[in-house]
Design a protein around this ligand. Structure first.
Ligand code: NAD
Length: 478
């Protein structure tokens, strides 16, 4: 017979941990910029001292090349820390607002206060960056945090757990390792903010659970991010940028160009240039892309099978493999694969790909491309390649996406001044820099009556002619 006690006691332990963090959260409400900066500095020092351990963990999890770990796991986190350290004092200061005429005699400020107890649930695809990045924002805002990293990248999750236990007391920041049940258990607790990064399907589960306590959420989700290559785009330039943006992390990137929309006059040239770019970047010595030290592997067998099935489904329904197509189960290697002749009936055009497959859809007019984008849920990112500024404005104006990049892709992630995130199906709320800090903060509007003169006395009951006259002029003039 199963003994239910261990599970029960684990749940009780989590509840106790949450209560301990509640006390710290109350204390941290008064924390000054310096004490918050100290917390960020110790994370930065730990990363510096353990850079090789981070690289090794990611290499063990899915063969991530060290250079890509430095660029896409470590640099975004140290950039987030440095940016916060530089601006935190200003971000935390109360901001005064102007006084409108009907409020004469008062003064008002916006105070920024920590929301309090945060829960961070992170995915596997950039497991270090997408766990520690939100933590930097939470700590900058003065919040405590319980972190639930992904079970799919055990080496990195273990390392994060070690890092946090070396740097923080559990009543400040704690990591809880485990599978989906752990996540669901944590979601029962009345956190003050949940920062979730993952799929739209799980995002809905998180939002439903958060609704129970009216906990605010930041949902960093995914989806199919299109890249439009218009008739006047420079194909060589677009090809090089798209190949890097697509195949970094082996296509397992939330903002990876999921599919291309290519003006039909550009298709042949773009295909040639993309093949040249693949050769140049991943196979300069003609040993085969599989030998490239710069190509990561698929994270696990489940995702490997999903991706190979996606290619088979497309081919069975009439897609052409313009490049790649081979897959090796024992090493979970999937060759960068470019598909043409694709239709909406294929899986590859229905679900987020999240792997090294790049389908191409052609169009005749920009209106057609825009209508295609708008026929699908709003994407996390939209990329546009083209020279004409009117066309660029049209695309920006007539489509909605979390972020957009013109004549490049993926780079916006590294820009700390830009809000990063999705819209509707691709996410709710924004991350990075000030926007990440705000996600974990409450902007409290505070009004102070300065002159003691009660300028609204005339508006109190019993309402008479005078009150009605004043209200009529308020409506007319303000
Ligand atoms: P996922 O949604 O399957 O899992 C994310 C986290 O949620 C994991 O920690 C997991 O344990 C937990 N989880 C899974 N199922 C759950 C459930 N039923 N209840 C509660 N918690 C649950 O996502 P993933 O496969 O790890 O990551 C891939 C997805 O994340 C893609 O859709 C990708 O686009 C998206 N993503 C988005 C961003 C972004 O910044 N917007 C960044 C990276 C990844």
């Amino acid at each position: 017979m199963n003994n239910p006690l261990p599970t029960e006691s684990k749940a009780q332990n989590r509840k106790r941990l949450f209560e301990d963090q509640s006390k710290t959260a109350q204390l941290w409400r008064s924390s000054n910029p310096l004490s918050r900066i100290e917390r960020l500095i110790k994370i930065r020092s730990w990363i510096k001292d353990n850079q090789q351990a981070i690289r090794d963990a990611l290499k063990n999890d899915f063969g991530k090349p060290e250079t890509e770990t430095d660029l896409s796991e470590i640099f975004p986190v140290t950039a987030e820390i440095n940016h916060s350290i530089k601006h935190l004092k200003k971000w935390m200061s109360p901001k005064s607002v102007s006084t409108p005429l009907p409020m004469l005699g008062t003064s008002s400020m916006i105070y920024i206060e920590p929301k309090g107890r945060a829960l961070i649930i992170s995915p596997w695809n950039y497991p270090f960056n997408l766990t520690i990045g939100p933590l930097i924002s939470a700590l900058s805002a003065g919040c405590t945090a319980i972190i639930k990293p992904s079970e799919m990248t055990p080496h990195t999750s273990e390392l994060i757990s070690r890092m946090i236990s070396e740097l923080f007391k559990p009543n400040e920041v704690a990591v809880i390792l485990g599978e989906v049940d752990v996540s669901q258990d944590l979601l029962q607790l009345p956190f003050d903010h949940i920062f979730f990064t993952g799929s739209p399907a799980v995002g809905k589960i998180v939002m439903k659970a958060a609704a129970e306590h009216l906990t605010s959420v930041t949902l960093e989700l995914g989806g199919k991010s299109p890249a439009i290559v218009n008739r006047d785009a420079n194909c060589k330039d677009a090809a090089e940028k798209l190949i890097w943006g697509k195949y970094v992390n082996c296509g397992q990137t939330c903002i990876s160009p999921d599919y291309l929309l290519v003006h039909e006059s550009q298709l042949e040239t773009l295909l040639v240039e993309m093949k040249v770019a693949l050769q140049k970047m991943y196979d300069p010595d003609f040993n085969g892309i599989e030998q490239s030290p710069d190509m990561a592997r698929i994270v696990n067998d489940k995702h490997f099978d999903r991706l190979t099935r996606t290619i088979e489904d497309a081919v069975a329904k009439g897609a052409e493999i313009s490049f790649g197509g081979t897959a090796k189960p024992h090493t979970r290697y999937i060759e960068p694969t470019i598909l043409t002749n694709v239709t909406d009936q294929m899986l590859v055009m229905q679900k987020e790909i999240f792997g090294p497959i790049l389908p191409i859809v052609t169009y005749n007019s920009l209106e057609e491309a825009i209508a295609y984008v708008n026929s699908k849920p709003k994407p996390l990112a939209l990329y546009y390649f083209g020279k004409n500024s009117e066309d660029t404005s049209t695309v920006l104006r007539e489509t909605s996406s979390g972020n957009a990049v013109i004549n490049d892709c993926v780079l916006h992630y590294l820009h700390m001044e830009l809000p990063f995130g999705g819209v509707n199906n691709s996410g709710i709320g924004k991350a990075h820099g000030y926007h990440g800090f705000l996600a974990f903060s409450n902007e409290k509007g505070v009004l102070k009556q300065r002159i003691g003169l009660n300028n609204v006395t005339l508006l109190r009951p019993p309402y008479g002619i005078r009150a009605r006259q004043i209200i009529a002029s308020l409506i007319k003039w303000f």
